[in-house]
Design a protein around this ligand. Structure first.
Ligand code: NAD
Ligand code: 572
Ligand code: ZN
Length: 351
């Protein structure tokens, strides 16, 4: 029986459908992939619920969702030599131009010609089959599972944030937000040699989970508490002010907290996106010489992440709390939207 390419297609806001599409053929430099595990990201849920992120990324036509992926190679296009049919792989979910100033200088995450999976107008990979540029496809060792392979994407956001923060051995670290990205930042910070990592959230269940998966300390953000009060509590909890803060909540409160809490001369890395414009307590920021650093996706993190998972220094597997098949995509999205779990994973393999 010939296989069909069951695909999760977002037509417009609140209109997500499972449909059969033709199986794509790999062009020169590409591979055809039989998708295995695809994690649901907050942005997938956001596009489904709102049809847009801000004024720039608007769903205007049918697009597949999904950008946290692992797969098996099923066909190899002309000129691809580092992969073969049957290889188990993880996917870095974008393509870049390779010719612009940013690509040439190695900062390909800032390429103005980038396309990113599941960011309108570009389609994602939540389907049975997908084709991808082979240079962004990485072999998985036998001891790295397909779920771990899919989690390399959010882990990469955390690793890149730590690199951007120049995080080093012995640092005390504050991570704001205990969602998948905050947890990946926490795991990355520990792997970079942090001596203590304190995670904040407004949800006590998320903090309990953060402790279970490796946070050394947590602080609950309670309604009515001020940023200055929480900053004091964070310093008491960590045994000193954090050398580095990584913001992964998108909350205005965390932006203020990051400035108040971070040690003078420290680095405050911002990953989370809330509204486009937020306020900073500029007097404290200047007087403490806090470095504010933006962190956008990732550069050259896949092989590092694979090796760190394979050698056991980073354990992302416990982040998966719910599992569904591709046919159960709607239930998977409902679960992710509910916020009950942490990472919802879809199994795309045919049963
Ligand atoms: P998420 O919504 O699952 O997690 C955010 C967490 O922050 C939640 O647990 C929420 O309860 C918590 N939170 C809300 N208000 C808070 C507050 N005042 N203090 C502390 N915690 C608070 O989202 P996620 O998938 O973990 O992503 C986190 C953020 O990172 C999002 O804004 C997302 O858009 C952004 N992101 C950025 C990049 C990048 O490249 N810069 C990549 C991926 C995600
Ligand atoms: O894993 C990549 C990713 N990036 C996110 C969110 C979720 N997952 N970002 C937040 C939104 N931005 S964006 O620039 N945009 C919609 C493209 O505002 C990208 C990074
Ligand atoms: Zn994402």
């Amino acid at each position: 029986m010939t296989d069909v390419n069951l695909s999760a297609i977002l037509y417009k806001k609140l209109d997500l459908r499972l449909e059969e599409r033709p199986i794509p053929e790999p062009a020169k430099g590409e591979v055809q992939l039989c998708m295995q595990k695809v994690g649901i990201c907050g942005s997938d849920v956001h596009y489904w619920q709102h049809g847009r992120i801000g004024d720039r990324f608007i769903v205007t036509g049918p697009m597949l969702l999904g950008h946290e992926c692992s797969a098996v190679v099923t066909k190899v296009g002309e000129g691809v030599s580092h992969l073969k049919v049957g290889d188990r792989v993880a996917i870095e979910p974008h393509g870049v131009c390779r010719t612009c100033e940013q690509c040439k200088s190695g900062r390909y995450n800032l390429c103005p010609n980038v396309f990113f999976l599941a960011t309108p107008p570009d389609s994602g990979a939540l389907a049975r089959y997908h084709v991808h540029g082979a240079d962004f496809v990485f072999k998985l060792p036998d001891n790295v599972s397909f779920e771990e392979g899919a989690l390399i994407e959010p882990l990469s956001v955390g690793l890149h944030a730590c690199r951007r923060a120049r995080l080093a051995m012995g640092h005390r670290v504050l991570v704001c937000g205990a969602g998948p990205i905050g947890l990946c930042a926490m795991l990355s910070a520990k792997a970079f040699g942090a001596s203590a990592v304190c995670v904040t959230d407004i949800d006590p269940k998320r903090l309990e989970f953060a402790k279970e998966v490796g946070a050394t300390h947590t602080v609950l953000i309670e309604r009515g508490s001020s940023e200055e009060e929480v900053a004091k509590k964070v310093a008491e909890t960590l045994g000193g002010a954090p050398d580095r803060t990584i913001e992964c909540s998108g909350a205005q409160f965390s932006v203020n907290l990051g400035v108040f809490a971070t040690k003078p001369g420290g680095v405050f890395t911002i990953v989370g996106h809330g509204p486009n414009k937020v306020e900073f307590p500029v007097v404290s920021l200047v007087a403490k010489e806090i470095e504010i650093v933006g962190s956008f996706r990732y550069i050259n993190t896949w092989q590092t992440a694979i090796d760190m998972i394979s050698c056991g220094k980073i354990n992302v597997a416990p982040l998966v709390t719910h599992r569904y098949t591709l046919e159960e995509t709607m239930q998977a999205f409902e679960m992710s939207k509910s916020g009950q779990g942490v990472k919802v994973m879809i199994d795309c393999a045919k049963k």
